[in-house]
Design a binder for this molecule. Structure first.
Ligand SMILES: C[S@@+](CC[C@H](N)C(=O)[O-])C[C@H]1O[C@@H](n2cnc3c(N)ncnc32)[C@H](O)[C@@H]1O
Length: 321
């Protein structure tokens, strides 16, 4: 699998050092996996979640992973003396042939706003092929949220590209940046949100159809500024229901995770007064394996409609190379 960031350790190091994430999975798996269970770890990466499942009592864990990180997973599993119970299978989940059905499917399939790693469809396919009737899925439900926000990191970034640094006009980069999603690890507080967050969509892993998982995800929301302030874009996050009483979230105001926040910029940060109408339409379209393209449009008070799209600028970079 030459083309995936998941082939090498870099991104896995981030995930493995995210104690909030790891503990949410460890606690959920300790709760739901019972001695003797057979488990499918979908997109097993370095195998840490398979190890949690085996330690919770699983008789067998099928750790299915498409990238070459399986070589590291095998070594970690051996170091933890679990190679007799965890079978690493390097394969696309859609093609894998398991020798038996499973009691539990576990997967860490979430991008910064849930569905943006394009892994919901493989999960649904795996569920329909391999999960026993009455089986358990971890997480069982994932909800994506959005709120208009003032994010200094984003404001300063765009201002910099428009400031003629060193006397050079770099405003082309401002135009490109405003059409890209902006991932930030900056700490965001509820006070950075200018209106109450709203749900974009919810996916129930037990009932979601392949058709629903495979098409573009879209939302149209209308907010009213809750106070005077500034808006530089839209902050998004997810909340995953892992097991009874256990959730995992990268929400604004929650303890920091490796996901940080995925932001959708507007062209420039503007001041808004309490009561200002803020409308946004956002579409997330599955593209290459592991990634999505985004379109977002916003109308704030009586300002003209602003449209942003990740596709044209990505395509023009490619064309120029
Ligand atoms: C977010 S990472 C999680 C890795 C690991 N489970 C963990 O929690 O540390 C998702 C993993 O799923 C793998 N993956 C994505 N889609 C897949 C598919 N259709 N079949 C098999 N593996 C897949 C990726 O290569 C990546 O390693």
């Amino acid at each position: 699998m030459p083309d995936s960031a998941y082939n090498s350790l870099g991104i896995h190091r981030w995930m493995l050092r995210d104690a909030i994430r790891n503990e949410a999975y460890r606690r959920a798996l300790t709760q739901v996996v019972k001695p003797g269970h057979v488990v499918l770890d979908m997109g097993a990466g370095t195998g840490i979640l398979s190890i949690f499942a085996a330690r919770a009592g699983a008789r067998k864990v099928f750790a299915v992973e498409r990238t070459d990180i399986t070589a590291v997973a095998r070594r970690i599993i051996a170091s933890n003396h679990l190679e007799d119970r965890i079978e690493v299978m390097q394969s696309d989940l859609e093609d894998v042939d398991l020798p038996e059905q499973v009691d539990v499917i576990l997967s860490e399939w979430m991008g910064g706003l849930g569905v943006d790693e394009n892994m919901l469809a493989p999960l649904v396919i795996a569920r329909d092929r391999w999960l026993k009737p009455g089986g358990i899925i971890v997480p069982g439900r994932v909800t994506a949220m959005l709120a208009p926000a003032h994010v200094l990191d984003l404001e300063e970034g765009l201002d910099h590209w428009r400031s003629r640094p060193h006397g050079v006009d770099l405003s082309v980069i401002a135009g490109i940046t405003a059409n890209e999603t902006f991932a930030t690890q900056a700490e965001l507080e509820l006070d950075d949100l200018i209106a109450k967050p709203q749900i974009m969509w919810t996916h129930d892993a037990y009932t979601c159809s392949l058709e629903e998982a495979d098409r573009s995800f879209q939302t149209k929301l209308r907010f009213e500024a809750a106070r005077d302030g500034k808006i530089s874009g839209f902050a998004t996050w997810f909340t995953a229901d892992m097991a009874e009483g256990i959730t995992l979230t990268n929400a604004v105001g929650a303890p920091a995770t490796h996901w940080g926040r995925l932001l959708f910029p507007i062209t420039e940060t503007i001041a808004v007064a309490k009561g200002t109408r803020i409308e946004v339409e956002l579409r997330c379209e599955p593209s290459a394996p592991g990634s999505c393209e985004f379109y977002w449009a916003t109308r704030i008070a009586d300002r003209p409609l602003e449209e942003h799209d990740t596709r044209p600028s990505r395509q023009s970079h490619r064309a120029q190379r």
